[in-house]
Each structure stands twice: as C-alpha cells, then as structure tokens.
Design a protein around this ligand. Structure first.
Ligand code: ITT
Length: 204
C-alpha cells in the first residue's frame, strides 16, 4: 500500500525514499500532498517525529513515516540538537548554521570536537498504533566544511568510520548499509535498519 513520508526537507526526503526503495512501498511526500507542517512542540526527537507522522496519518488516513533529527555537539552541551533546523534561520542557511557552531566553539575555547547525529523515525498507522526506531552516528566536526554532496550539516561532520565528511560521501556510502552484516553508517540508515528488522520484509 501507499505510505506518506512526512517531511518538507528535500534532502531528507531523498534519503528516506532511497532507504525505503528496497522494500517496494509506494511513498508520497507531505510536500507533494500539500500537507500543513505541524508545530514541533516536543522536547525530544521522538516526540517531534511522532507529532509529524501522526499529523500526516490523521490528514490522509495512510500510514506515515517521519524523521526528526539533529546534530548534537558535545562541547555545546548537545546544541543545536532539537533546534538543528531552527539554527539555519528561516532561509535554511546551513553555511551560517555551521559557522555559528564553529563560532560558539571558539567563544568557549573548546578543543573537544566530538559530535553525533540522531535520527528518530516514527511510523504511525491509521488504527492509532505507532512505532519508534532510533539511529545515531558518532564523529568529529571539521572546519572548514568539506563537500557538497549531502545536505544540512553534512559538510562539517566526519563519522569515525570514514576519513571523508558526510558532505564528501555519496548517498550510498553515507547510508553505508550492509544487509548481510546488519550494519549501516548514517544515523538515518541505522534507524531504517532497526525498522527493517522488525516490521518490513527484508529486500531480496
Ligand atoms: P521536516 O521536519 O519537514 O522533516 P526539518 O528540516 O525541519 O524537516 P528536523 O526538524 O528534523 O527536519 O531538523 C533536522 C535538521 O538537522 C535538518 O534541517 C538538518 O539540517 C539537520 N540534519 C538532520 N539529518 C541530517 C543529515 O543526515 N545530514 C545533515 N544534516 C542533517
């Protein structure tokens, strides 16, 4: 059947489509359906993902996936975290958001450049049932940013598993999915791997 991908973020939508593709589900996005964006009032990634997915299911009567994600910087006490999209301002300027991270690290005289991405993936069903899957990836912040292949904060984040930033990796490498080994690289691919393990048939 059809599912809604409840996002208005083009980079995220592309990745979620790629991650769903092997399962042969027909996916339509919240932007294609002109669905309103609900207010993200939660205090945790999982709450905001549930708000977005449930709003899409309520509006369409279809199952819906939503991802709420962010970059958490250790030396900034986890910021921008839940506010990762909001740090880019209304114009979604991630060069400015990355520069702000670098500036705040400098202001604090921080030498610790550890950070991680989080993805909370919620699947809601018309019968009220919902499921939550999470993925995380740990790494280092680089400066200046490198690569233009990803979106958001990708050019500034280098996962521990690779010498390249997410901005330098192609999306196959960023997902880094190995079905046989049950491994993935990105936070989002790790969340989808957890989902695949429980409620979807593994791709052939
Ligand atoms: P939707 O709510 O419509 O899905 P959004 O951009 O507002 O879109 P979030 O509230 O989850 O999504 O914000 C997460 C932000 O964190 C997002 O805008 C990106 O800038 C950043 N982010 C999340 N995953 C990322 C990734 O894989 N690579 C780079 N940046 C990422």
């Amino acid at each position: 059947g059809r599912v809604v991908i409840a996002t208005h973020n083009a980079g995220k939508l592309r990745e979620m489509r790629e991650l769903l593709a092997p399962f042969g589900v027909e996916a339509v996005s919240a932007s294609e359906l002109n669905l309103a964006e609900p207010e993200e009032t939660g205090t945790m990634f999982s709450e905001n993902a549930a708000i977005k997915a449930r709003a899409a299911t309520d509006a369409t009567g279809l199952p819906a996936f939503a991802d709420d994600s962010g970059l958490c910087v250790d030396a900034l006490d986890g910021a921008p975290g839940l506010f990762s999209a909001r740090w880019s301002g209304g114009s979604k300027n991630f060069s400015a958001a990355m520069a702000r991270i670098e500036r705040e690290l400098a202001t604090r005289g921080a030498t610790n450049r550890r950070a991680h991405f989080v993805s909370a993936l919620v699947l809601t069903w018309p019968d009220g049932h919902e499921e939550l899957f999470e993925g995380r990836v740990f790494g280092e912040l680089v400066w200046p940013p490198r690569g233009d292949r990803g979106f958001g904060y990708d050019p500034m984040f280098k996962p521990d598993e690779s010498p390249l930033t997410f901005g330098e990796l192609g999306s196959e490498e960023k997902h880094g999915i190995d079905w046989e080994a049950g491994r993935a690289l990105s936070h989002r691919a790790r969340a989808f791997l957890a989902l695949a393990a429980t409620c979807l048939r593994r791709p052939a």
